[in-house]
Design a protein around this ligand. Structure first.
Ligand SMILES: NC(=O)c1ccc[n+]([C@@H]2O[C@H](COP(=O)([O-])OP(=O)(O)OC[C@H]3O[C@@H](n4cnc5c(N)ncnc54)[C@H](O)[C@@H]3O)[C@@H](O)[C@H]2O)c1
Length: 338
């Protein structure tokens, strides 16, 4: 394998699949890794891999990033030119019932990726953070200039920890690190534990959907194609030290080290009741709605300020929810023959 290969971790996952596909389409070669865990149906992960395997420049290794020796050996063998790190234990709700899964994948696993980059001179590490780092903040839109020291889930805390760990490695070893705070990503090949999938599946099957906080919640739903586009642009723009950064008045999103944080969101919060109407229109059927209380760990609203991303790569997500949901419902019907 050549020095130009890009490592995509979590390549069998939702966002990893789309990022790997876009990189392959743009002529790059990609090595994907994933442990194919059963947080949701592994058949969906193997189906994504089967699609990626049609490309001659894609290779896959089944590997758990929390396996220190195996991850170190992979990095030493390949000496990747770029690393897109998307493998993680996602989801807010499960972090209440299975906290150790989050520490294994998101903390130990993240350290193994940093160590791989440190010892093998990777040119740029782009990794997934999350809007969950905004936690208890309510000032909208969420901006990377805000303090994010008040997570309301362990998941959010692990993502904030990733940003801090990346800063330490950027400072100590000069590894360019870019952290991306994703805002509720959706689209074809999506995640079965997330609202757009759950609502679509239930409406198609004539089953009830559950609207938490009685539907009084907003999310900045972001189309996965836009996320992949932003990552493909960012990957060749390694984070650089910010010459204007001041230790007296520290900007939370940049540093004297080659380290940057960006929001990736659609800058358009959508009310859950509106989302249900959009899915009903796309499916052509009314939902049966059950109103539920707020869930522990959930936040009332998310809304991304994306000016910094736009300035950095000349692009920010903008797919309207009706268009993105249309693409998802079409894919869902075709994939499951419903
Ligand atoms: N989808 C979203 O809305 C969203 C929002 C914010 C942040 N994120 C983050 O984006 C990244 C990608 O999320 P996604 O939605 O594609 O989730 P996903 O679960 O579909 O993908 C993650 C992949 O990582 C793999 N994985 C998990 N633990 C692993 C381990 N220890 N070793 C190797 N592989 C492992 C899983 O098998 C899975 O295929 C994650 O870091 C997630 O926390 C996603």
């Amino acid at each position: 394998m050549s020095r130009e290969d890009i490592l995509v971790t979590g390549a069998a996952g939702f966002i990893g699949f789309h990022v790997a596909s876009r990189l392959l389409e743009s002529g790059r070669s990609v090595l994907g890794i994933d442990n194919l865990n059963d947080y949701y149906d592994p058949a969906l992960k193997t189906a994504r891999l089967a699609s990626l395997a049609q490309h001659p420049e894609f290779r896959f290794v089944e590997l758990d990033i929390a396996d220190r020796a195996a991850t170190a050996a992979l990095f030493a063998e390949h000496r990747f030119s770029r690393v897109v790190h998307l493998a993680a234990q996602p989801g807010v709700r499960r972090s209440l019932s299975d906290p150790h899964a989050y520490v294994d994948a998101n903390i130990t696993g993240f350290l193994d990726i940093l160590e791989g980059c440190r010892h093998n001179d990777c040119g740029h590490l782009v990794y997934a953070s999350s809007s969950s780092v905004y936690g208890a903040n309510t000032g909208m839109p969420f901006s990377t200039e805000q303090n994010v020291d008040h997570p309301v889930s362990l998941y959010g805390a692990t993502k904030k920890a990733n940003e801090l760990m990346a800063h330490a490695y950027a400072h100590l070893f000069g590894i360019p690190c870019t952290g991306l705070r994703f805002f509720t990503v959706y689209g074809p090949w999506g995640r079965p534990d997330m609202a757009i999938w759950l609502f679509t599946a239930a409406i198609v099957a004539g089953k009830p959907i559950r609207l938490f906080n009685e539907g009084d919640m907003q999310r900045d739903f972001t189309y996965v194609g836009d996320v992949a586009e932003a990552i493909v642009r960012l990957i060749d723009t390694p984070a650089a030290a910010d010459p204007a950064w001041s230790s007296e008045k520290p900007d939370p999103a940049s540093g004297a080290a080659p380290w940057r944080i960006y929001n990736i969101g659609n800058h358009t919060p959508i009310d859950l009741r509106t989302l249900v109407r959009v899915i009903e229109d796309a499916v052509g059927k009314k939902a049966i709605v059950e109103l539920m209380p707020m869930q522990p760990g959930d936040v009332h609203a998310t809304y991304a300020d994306v000016e910094a991303l736009s300035a950095a790569v000349g692009f920010a997500p903008r797919t309207p929810i009706e268009v993105g949901v249309g693409h998802f419902v079409k894919w869902y019907r075709e994939h499951y023959h419903v």
